[in-house]
Write a protein that binds this ligand. Structure first.
Ligand code: FAD
Ligand code: MLT
Ligand code: ZN
Length: 483
């Protein structure tokens, strides 16, 4: 990949323009002053420390108008831009590839309004997900999305990646819950589509293009989103199971018996749980070890009703030997403790050095077969082992079972060409063979861009390119990525 020479180079005159525009010193970080390199570094590298860019300039606008002026200037001067939220994305989309200007939304962090009757929240894109959810908790509501990175990721970043997360099974995709978007187009046009309407069939629903658009057609500056009532009763259970077939039976029973109160059904294999223990020393919730674990969350409006349902469910899955052992959280601390067995997997897998991450949609019945196939393949190639001689630590699978979304992860001691050769295109071909998706919820970024054809036809790619060219004719937005 080479830097495209059509883009201008940042010079001191540009920096001066942005300093005058944004006023405050802290809103413009540039690499022209000798001691700024350390300040700029966090904006140049991603959460996994796998992708690293070389921007010389980070801009932190404080308003939609400022974003508009920034983009207009960049468009007029052919300066490439990377929109950046909390920089927790997992496909290298939020960091520059070369010297693109980083436009970070962290200063745009106001809740604009909340209506308790409708449950509609309007907020700046730079609000951190957990901050939004805490605000909603005070108002008896919940953000319809939750994920392990909630303490750092921004709601604008969530929308730009169309994040799925831990409760999609209950609250659905952001394509349904986001009611309106305010965004700035590359030429500086402010697209005010911050509707608070649940229904609005008046023409194309253009905001949907920004949901999952990964910053390629504009910068999201504000969102309006429908938030459900917070459930007063919440229960979390963690089960050990003897096989993947049993996990599927447990899921079927959970849907059957818990139906409207089921708010999450997550899968973790035994190996992922072992690695949490190895990386952190954390004691796992169950005494014995199992090849599979499931985490079930219920939330409903009536504690007695929920407890009764859950009790019946638990008795059934134990008596029918669908689950072998389990624990039900008794208080808020235990709820968090059990959730951390699922949420901390991503972070723990990075403990040995690198991780090859695959985020896949597959038919639920054959989802885990891929993990076994990949493990066998890497083992046969002599790449998996407990010592430094072997690059691969293990091959693990976990994910959002309720959404048929598997996270196949290969934690390694180092990034290794031989491992890569065994994994790709093998994984992508396997997924294509099942008509799955090579990116279920993390997006394309730079990591998955070369593989889009495994999940999209030429016609669909052509239509996507037309949209990109229409909105961003100069191609200044997040170049080298997506399509
Ligand atoms: P960034 O990483 O900063 O950006 C992501 C992409 O969006 C980039 O392409 C960027 O250019 C673009 N972007 C960011 N902000 C804007 C904006 N305002 N306007 C336009 N474009 C923008 N994802 C899931 O789907 N489900 C999960 O369960 C999940 N769990 C995670 C757990 C952990 C521990 C981590 C580290 C990540 C996880 N993710 C998950 C990945 C997920 O994509 C991000 O966490 C989140 O949605 C990205 O938000 P962000 O603010 O960090 O965006
Ligand atoms: C998760 O579900 O934990 C996230 O999508 C992050 C990951 O895939 O590791
Ligand atoms: Zn996930």
């Amino acid at each position: 990949l080479k830097r495209d020479s059509k883009y201008g180079q940042i010079n001191k005159e540009h920096v001066k323009f942005f300093q005058d525009l944004l006023g405050s010193e802290s809103a413009v970080i540039n690499d022209f002053s000798s001691d700024a390199t350390d300040d700029i570094e966090p904006f140049n590298s991603d959460w996994m420390r796998k992708y690293r860019g070389h921007t010389k300039l980070v801009l932190k606008p404080g308003s939609t108008e400022e974003v508009s002026k920034i983009l207009k200037y960049c468009n007029d001067n052919m300066l490439a831009v990377v929109p950046q939220g909390g920089n927790t994305g997992l496909v290298g989309g939020s960091v520059p590839v070369f010297d693109e200007i980083v436009v970070n939304l962290q200063r745009m962090n106001n809740i604009r309004s909340f209506d308790e009757v409708s449950g509609i929240l309007v907020a700046d894109a730079g609000v951190i997900l957990e901050v939004a959810d805490n605000y909603l908790a005070e108002n008896n509501h919940i953000f319809p999305l939750d994920l392990g990175a909630k303490g750092s990721c921004q709601i604008g970043g969530n929308i730009a990646t169309n994040a799925g997360g831990l409760r999609l099974l209950r609250y659905g995709s952001l394509h349904g819950s986001v009611l309106g978007i305010e965004a700035v187009l590359p030429d500086g046009t402010i697209m005010d589509d911050l509707s608070k309407l649940r229904k609005n069939n008046t023409g194309y629903d253009i905001k949907q293009l920004f949901i999952g658009g990964e910053g390629t057609i504009g910068i999201v500056t504000g969102i309006s989103i429908l938030c459900p009532q917070r459930s007063p009763a919440m229960n979390v259970a963690y089960f050990g199971l003897e096989s993947y077939e049993k996990c599927q039976e447990a899921f079927r029973e959970a849907k059957n018996q818990l139906s409207e109160i089921l708010s999450a059904f997550e899968l973790m294999d035994g190996r992922s749980q072992k690695l949490i223990n190895k990386a952190t020393g954390k004691k796992m919730p169950l005494e014995s070890e199992y090849p599979f674990y499931c985490l079930i969350e219920t939330s409903g409006s009536n504690t007695d009703h929920d407890n009764e349902k859950l009790q019946t469910f638990l008795e059934h899955v134990m008596e029918a030997s669908i689950v072998s052992d389990g624990v039900l959280a008794q208080d808020q601390t235990q709820i968090q403790e059990l959730w951390s067995c699922r949420e901390s997997i991503s972070e723990c897998l990075g403990h040995w050095g690198g991780v090859y991450k695959y985020d896949l949609s597959l038919p639920i019945s054959s989802m885990y077969d891929l993990v076994n196939d990949v493990r066998n393949r890497l083992t046969e190639a002599g790449l998996v082992g407990d010592d430094e001689l072997h690059p691969v630590v293990d091959v693990v699978g976990y994910g959002h079972m309720g959404d048929a979304n598997l996270h196949l992860n290969i934690p390694t001691r180092r990034y290794d060409k031989e491992v890569e050769k065994q994994l790709e295109p093998f994984v992508y071909e396997w997924v294509k063979g099942k008509n799955g998706s090579i990116s279920a919820e993390h997006g394309l970024g730079i990591a998955k861009k070369p593989f889009i054809r495994y999940s999209r036809s030429e016609t669909m790619i052509k239509l996507m390119k037309q949209i990109k060219d229409l909105y961003d004719p100069n191609g200044i937005m997040n170049p080298y990525k997506y399509i």
